[in-house]
Design a protein around this ligand. Structure first.
Ligand SMILES: Nc1nc2c(c(=O)[nH]1)N[C@H]1C(S)=C(S)[C@@H](COP(=O)(O)OP(=O)(O)OC[C@H]3O[C@@H](n4cnc5c(=O)[nH]c(N)nc54)[C@H](O)[C@@H]3O)O[C@H]1N2
Ligand SMILES: Nc1nc2c(c(=O)[nH]1)N[C@H]1C(S)=C(S)[C@@H](COP(=O)(O)OP(=O)(O)OC[C@H]3O[C@@H](n4cnc5c(=O)[nH]c(N)nc54)[C@H](O)[C@@H]3O)O[C@H]1N2
Ligand SMILES: [Mo]
Length: 760
């Protein structure tokens, strides 16, 4: 049941209580808890939570409540082994809830499912590799996809893409396809570099922050702490979000003793602009239109004309586009009034340096790329790229999602990358065909052209749009293979042959014949750092990701001239080859091993933040885009009028993506039941509903598939009219996989047309 109760401040005492609860529920012995604080420090491990940059120097603690939960979940002393699996059918496993599946603990033995027998059984590694080799040899490589979630390491990701391409498959979908894909694409087109231009130093120097579509109190608490510090030194923080997220209105730093005693929290945001879902595109145009008016009234006072002349192209087209927009449309589309857009513009025009950060509130939408390019346009107008305290910051999700991409674990790579690999490993021939992204793999699963899915972490069938259909399609596969730390729902939908392989995580000590190994990761500020586990593995049968991928590649005969054996035993040898493959592709990998081992970390240079634009004309590009009229939401409004609401699916405070730690969301007053939908009070009343009523939700994308979820609890909430919000993954069955964002093909997880009606 959901009990509305007065929420406490974000951070604060609640964060400490949440941390201790996570430790105790996972049965973590006290003597290990000290090691938790080696998270994000030199010599320790990279926190397996989010990808927010670490503090350099020697902070006492550089991890947060959410990081501690992720660590406790991985370091748990609970485990599942042969007795649990032997003789179980997939249906028996599926009967467990998502929480219960992961709560079983760490996977400790390879497991095989065989449809001709109908049950799972524990097997040894040799048999696992033999089965994989048999299955992959029997399938055309073009029907096999290799998915990667962003939790792995640079080393494992490099081997993963090498194994896939060496085997003959170009299909490397990844969790980025579900996440910051539009950010990478938008930044690449606008600035020539697909990564964010900011570092922690910019957080310490910006005068103004505009935080768009992001809930850092739950998903990047260390960023919340950075904003709180900025606020204390006098910076202005503006938030653009349909929800007044608690972290912005009441935040208390759990590391500040005086504040812990008061437990009240401060308002970190100076203002919160409650856009309508998907309204950012219009809102950002409105802000630029207001700036343009001021600039015209007093030329040279707002725009950085020298920067625009020297560094950019496309300015005139942008101005023409802004002139063509009328305020009435911008107001109607954004959900903000004109005065609010002018107010943001006034703050922006005053600030000497501005950083704009964003997350999934901008990417899970049909116009994601165009919207993010408005963010960049806004920054360029005042030369807010390439100087301290300014820049564009897509705050990444998984701790190594950025690194996985740098390592080529994606279906879109350059010829230079493939050429370098072939030169580095003479005799290797890579598949160079166009590969499927996650959307393409989902299509292939539905139409039968993808017959095998291998995954390096993640929970593909639950993270994907149309999750129930994707899970069912996975069962129609010939072969599925998952390398994982914990059991999850995707694993319970094996193909005719299904393998589940237990791996070490970040926190586990990794002893190989070549000695104790470290891996490396890359955060949202392009800092590459070493990560070393601290805890002895819970089982001798678990193997590290690089070792599993190398042994698997060897077993299936992928790229036979690659020294897979050496790589499995000595990750420095992998880094040595990565360094060679990155020459001329990604700057900054020189002396990879030396610098990693000496300093623990190094930063990859970002050309755009040095005002070098790797675009066709070596200029940063203003990208003008007209507002669209044909999004799935707009089509549904035409067909269903006010009955259509825009649904966003979001994270609660107690989850990491598909891993749900509890059924509470203390920042939104939710306790004991995540099947909740938040609606505007007027929208509730119009449907004859009251707070607490049971409702059913139906997707209004008209593509021949019916999608509904039932028995959700409606909650009256401060969300703009026409919008509603529910949790991921409970509401994921409502997200249609037939519609994607333009260009980046990202699912519309936050802009789905739905109808809400009293429960049948
Ligand atoms: N503890 C924890 N940490 C995490 C994760 C986790 O699940 N748990 N997940 C990790 C991953 S992979 C990612 S990608 C990030 C996700 O981090 P976030 O992007 O912060 O996560 P979501 O909950 O998906 O949230 C989206 C925010 O976007 C807002 N929003 C939705 N639609 C719109 C819109 O149209 N416009 C605007 N302006 N705002 C909108 C929502 O109100 C919400 O505040 O966090 C990472 N870190
Ligand atoms: N409706 C809806 N759907 C969404 C989103 C949304 O906002 N709404 N967000 C999307 C986003 S932003 C993302 S990034 C995706 C996330 O999609 P995924 O990355 O596929 O999902 P996760 O939940 O992060 O994966 C969790 C699983 O990873 C495995 N795991 C954990 N640690 C490790 C490790 O160290 N190694 C290995 N090999 N396995 C490990 C465990 O088995 C665990 O069950 O979901 C997307 N799906
Ligand atoms: Mo993500």
């Amino acid at each position: 049941m959901t009990t509305p109760r007065k929420p406490s401040p974000a951070g604060g005492r609640g964060a400490l209580r949440g941390t201790v609860r996570a430790w105790s529920r996972q049965g973590i012995p006290l003597k290990l808890i000290g090691s938790f604080f080696t998270a994000n420090k030199v010599g320790g491990f990279d926190c397996p939570g989010c990808a927010f940059p670490d503090k350099v120097g020697h902070p006492l603690v550089d991890s947060c409540e959410q990081g501690q939960k992720a660590i406790a979940w991985e370091m748990t002393r609970k485990s599942v082994g042969a007795e649990f699996f032997d003789g179980k059918t997939p249906a028996q496993l599926r009967a467990l809830g998502d929480f219960d599946l992961e709560f079983q603990g760490r996977l400790t033995t390879p497991v095989l499912y065989d449809a001709t027998v109908g049950t799972y059984r524990a097997i040894d590694w040799d048999e696992a590799y033999a089965v994989a080799a048999r299955e992959l040899h029997a399938l055309p490589p073009q029907s096999v996809a290799f998915y990667a979630s962003g939790r792995s390491s640079n080393e494992a990701a490099f081997l993963w893409q090498l194994a896939a391409r060496g085997y003959g498959s170009p299909h490397l979908p990844d969790s980025s396809n579900f996440c910051h894909e539009p950010s990478s694409l938008a930044l690449k087109q606008s600035l020539g570099t697909g990564k964010g231009t900011c570092t922690l130093e910019d957080f310490e120097n910006a005068e103004l922050f505009i935080v768009i579509g992001q809930n850092p109190a739950s998903n990047h608490p260390r960023m919340m702490a950075a904003l709180y510090e900025a606020k204390k030194r006098g910076a202005t923080i503006l938030v653009v979000n349909p929800l007044r997220e608690r972290g912005f209105t009441h935040f208390s730093d759990p590391k500040n003793v005086a504040e812990l005693a008061r437990d009240t929290g401060i308002a970190v945001a100076d203002a919160i602009y409650q856009v309508t879902i998907g309204g950012d595109f219009a809102a950002l145009k409105g802000v630029m239109k207001a700036l343009l008016e001021t600039e015209r009234a007093a030329p040279g006072t707002v725009f950085d004309q020298a920067f625009i002349a020297q560094h950019t192209e496309g300015f005139d087209a942008l101005i023409a586009d802004l002139d063509a927009c009328d305020w009435a449309t911008l107001v109607a589309r954004s959900g903000l009034d004109e005065a609010q857009m002018r107010e943001i513009a006034a703050h922006y025009a005053r600030a000497k340096s501005t950083m704009i950060t964003w997350c999934m509130g901008l990417t899970h939408h049909p116009d994601a790329v165009a919207t993010i390019q408005q963010v960049v346009n806004l920054l360029l107008l005042r030369g807010n790229i390439g100087r301290t305290g300014a820049g564009a910051m897509p705050v990444r999700g998984h701790s190594n999602v950025q690194g996985d991409r740098t390592m080529g674990a994606t279906s879109q790579v350059t010829d230079a990358w493939l050429d370098n690999i072939e030169h580095t490993f003479p005799g290797v021939r890579l598949c160079r065909d166009a590969g499927r992204d996650a959307a393409g793999v989902i299509d292939g699963l539905f139409d039968g052209n993808v017959r095998a899915l291998l995954s390096l972490g993640g929970n593909f069938g639950v993270a994907a749009p149309d999750a129930p259909r994707v899970l069912a399609a996975l069962e129609r596969c010939r072969f599925t293979l998952h390398i994982a730390t914990k059991l999850n729902r995707t694993h319970c939908h094996p193909g005719a042959i299904g393998l589940l392989l237990p791996t070490l995580g970040r926190t586990d000590r990794d002893l190989r014949p070549g000695g104790e190994q470290c891996i490396s990761t890359e955060d949202s500020s392009a800092t590459v750092r070493a990560s070393r586990g601290v805890q002895a593995p819970i089982s001798e049968l678990q193997r590290s990701e690089p070792a599993i991928v190398a042994e698997l590649a060897q077993a299936i005969g992928a790229a036979p001239s690659v020294p897979w054996r050496e790589f499995a035993d000595d990750y420095a040898a992998i880094r040595d080859r990565i360094e060679r493959c990155q020459r001329g592709v990604t700057e900054g990998f020189e002396r990879y091993n030396d610098r990693l081992l000496q300093d623990g970390r190094f930063m990859l240079p970002n050309a755009a933040s040095n005002r070098q634009w790797n675009t066709a004309n070596s200029k940063a590009r203003f990208m003008a885009h007209a507002l669209h009229d044909d999004t799935p939401m707009q089509q549904a409004r035409l067909a269903h009028g006010e009955a259509a609401l825009t649904l966003m699916t979001m994270r609660a405070h107690d989850q990491f993506n598909t891993t749900v730690y509890s059924s509470d969301d203390r920042y939104r007053g939710v306790e004991g039941d995540r099947r909740v939908v938040f609606l505007n009070a007027g929208d509730l009343a119009r449907r004859g509903l009251r707070d607490g009523d049971r409702v059913d939700i139906e997707c209004l994308v008209d593509d021949g598939h019916e999608r509904r979820v039932e028995g959700f609890t409606a909650r009256a909430w401060g969300i703009p009219p026409g919008c509603c919000a529910a949790y991921y993954p409970e509401a994921s069955g409502l997200i249609a996989a037939s519609v994607y964002s333009a260009g980046s093909r990202t699912p519309l997880y936050k802009e789905m047309p739905v109808r809400i009606s009293p429960a049948a």
